[in-house]
Design a protein around this ligand. Structure first.
Ligand code: 48H
Length: 259
């Protein structure tokens, strides 16, 4: 007699491994499911690209959930509202071109929108290294977050990809690995990581978008990672720059992939 328990386990194992197998070679790998990565994931998936998001934590959403100092509201400028509208996320005007949005609705809406567009999520997965061939970033080295956190001596697996977005937020982990470990010269003034500057909201919002670029063949950065690499200011709980950065990086990657 086949137990119901056996069927349920088999369904999960079979489906997960089919999903993983289908995503071992993809068009774009996004490291980090923060707001910029999630917007990029949806845009690339809507354009028909094979996109996977690798998120270290159990819950995607990055720094959105907490709003400002755990007050679960974020602020968004006029210029980024069309992106919230694309995800059917509500917002309310507060004057001077600013709007508030419920951070739980924003986080869950971005995740749902990216997934429904076709982006595939691998949560509780940490990216711990990259692969570089012929002067191009071409792969991500992945392992289970609990394995990494426990310090278990377990070798990772590798996903091959035509493009990588470093959407890891403040630490810019993938660009840091690229610069320090792979000896890659990034497309910055010094070729290295310039480092995030202190709080200056207007400048930070603008620099997040300006610093969103292709840093090396196959390697792009979005959001706070782009700002850290490019030496931009931080901006606190205003998120228009993150959304616009996600949109910009997706557009650049589409141009490069379709060239
Ligand atoms: C897998 C990883 C890895 C890894 C990290 O920080 P995020 O929310 O990302 P952004 O840049 O889209 O948004 C930044 C915003 O949330 C923010 O911090 C702002 C606006 N700060 C302003 C200020 O003044 O402080 O999310 C990054 C995600 C997180 O979920 C991480 O868990 C994940 O990336 N991540 N996932 N492998 N190696 N490193």
């Amino acid at each position: 007699m086949e137990l119901m328990e056996e069927k349920i386990s088999a369904a999960i194992v079979k489906t997960y491994f089919a999903k993983l197998s289908r995503n071992l070679a993809i068009d774009c790998a996004i490291v980090g499911a923060g707001p910029s990565g999630l917007v990029a994931a949806r845009d690339l998936a809507v354009a028909g690209k094979k996109v996977a998001v690798f998120e270290r934590r159990l819950a995607p959403g990055g720094g959105v959930w907490g709003g400002g100092m755990l007050f679960n509201e974020i602020v968004v400028e006029d210029s980024a509202l069309p992106i919230l509208d694309d995800f059917s996320i509500s917002h309310a005007p507060v004057g001077d071109g600013f709007h508030t949005a419920d951070s739980v609705e924003v986080a869950s809406g971005l995740i749902f929108g990216a997934r429904k567009a076709g982006a595939v999520f691998f949560n509780s997965v940490s990216v711990e290294d990259i692969a570089v061939r012929e002067n191009r970033v071409c792969g991500l080295v992945v392992n289970w977050t609990p394995v990494v956190r426990e310090g278990l001596h377990v070798d990772p697996l590798v996903v091959s990809t035509r493009a990588v977005i470093d959407g890891t937020g403040h630490p810019a982990e993938i660009c840091t690995i690229a610069a320090r470990k792979a000896g890659i010269r990034l497309a910055t003034e010094t070729g290295g990581i310039l480092g995030e500057k202190p709080m200056w909201m207007e400048e930070g919002e603008a620099s997040t978008v300006e610093n969103t670029k292709r840093l090396y063949p196959g390697l792009y950065a979005s959001g706070m990672a782009a700002n850290n690499v490019g030496g931009g200011f931080r901006m606190g709980p205003i998120f228009g720059g993150m959304f616009l950065s996600g949109r910009k990086v997706a557009k650049m990657i589409l141009e490069d992939l379709n060239a």
